[in-house]
Design a protein around this ligand. Structure first.
Ligand code: CAA
Length: 287
């Protein structure tokens, strides 16, 4: 069935949405990226262009292939442009109300009753998004990792209503079409990776908050002592501190375990607009 998925839509053109759209277009798929308006759609296109340029510079893509990938993509500010899609991946901000609203709208707009509506949520219940539609059997979690063109993993998350056909379709799509590796998770906040990763990131924030060690030393510790490609505070900056805080809140709401509670410093930084790389400053500063 995955071979049949040729027309993909991505809702949200931030770092995750743009990355998902890029890998779809590079896999030869007709890809529509939908943002809130034309200005945001242009910014999403700029993100994809920058990443494709980087792939060419690093020898990961031929210039002609990058050009062809861009030509397969349409950037729009209108959700109605997703009407003929066979698969739509929602990758908007990690906020339950925003995501629920997108799913309710997609349910009305996407015409093919067999189309799959997937969410890239890191931590929200897939079930809740499925119930915002009249086709919960076709709603599934398809969780990519940042940077999407670089990291090979996709978590496939089934809710209590997701049909076996939907799971098979997205598994084949992620592996066969996109060349990713799939792991399966049940519908629990954080799934597999973030349930393990986020408490670690929060521990690093608490360590910096207590003055026990500097951000630079905490990161150097894990990079040089444990061969992680980046330390936890650099990684939190890459993910976005607002996103880390949102995931922590979802995990805490689900499990009520202190290790998931967002530390005050993280909350204050988000309130201060210090969101990490995307705002130019988080635990580190960026050009
Ligand atoms: N397309 C294809 N390949 C690309 C690329 C692109 N657009 N951009 C970079 N690459 C490749 C490079 O060619 C390079 O490959 P080689 O090692 O084979 O040469 C590799 O990616 C690394 O790129 P760079 O050397 O330019 O960058 P770097 O060495 O500084 O690494 C990094 C940057 C990839 C981000 C690395 O530090 C890393 O993997 N960090 C950890 C990221 C991580 O843990 N992400 C998960 C976050 S959690 C998440 O996303 C889920 C969630 O829900 C929050």
């Amino acid at each position: 069935m995955s071979g049949d998925i040729r027309r993909v839509g991505v809702v949200g053109g931030g770092q995750m949405g743009a990355g998902i759209a890029e890998v779809c277009a590079r896999a030869g798929l007709d890809t529509v990226v939908c943002e809130v308006d034309a200005t945001a759609a242009r910014a999403a296109r700029d993100r994809v262009v920058a990443s494709l340029d980087r792939a060419v510079r690093r020898g990961k893509a031929e210039e002609a292939d990058a050009r062809d990938a861009l030509a397969r993509m349409v950037f729009t500010g209108t959700l109605d442009d997703l009407a003929d899609r066979q698969l739509v991946v929602e990758a908007v901000v990690e906020n339950p109300a925003a995501k629920t609203e997108v799913f309710a709208a997609l349910d009305k707009i996407v015409e093919d009753p067999g189309a799959v509506l997937a969410t890239n949520t890191s931590s929200l219940p897939v079930m809740r998004l499925g119930m915002a539609t009249g086709r919960a059997d076709r709603v599934v979690g398809l969780h990519f990792f940042n940077p999407v063109p670089v990291l090979p993993l996709v978590e496939v998350v089934s809710s209590l209503h997701t049909s076996p056909g939907t799971i098979a379709a997205v598994r084949d799509f992620a592996t066969g079409t996109l060349g990713k590796t799939v792991i399966r998770s049940q519908d629990r906040s954080g799934f597999v990776v973030n349930a393990l990763l986020v408490p670690y990131l929060l521990s690093a924030v608490r360590m910096a908050e207590s003055g026990f060690a500097t951000a630079a030393d905490i990161d150097a510790g894990m990079e040089l002592g444990c061969a992680h490609p980046m330390g936890p505070l650099k990684l939190a900056d890459l993910i976005g501190l607002d996103t880390v805080a949102s995931i922590a809140r979802s995990l805490y709401e689900e499990f009520r375990e202190p290790l998931y509670a967002p530390p005050p410093l993280l909350q204050r930084m988000v309130e201060a607009g210090l969101l990490g790389r995307k705002s130019g400053r988080g635990f580190h500063t960026y050009d």
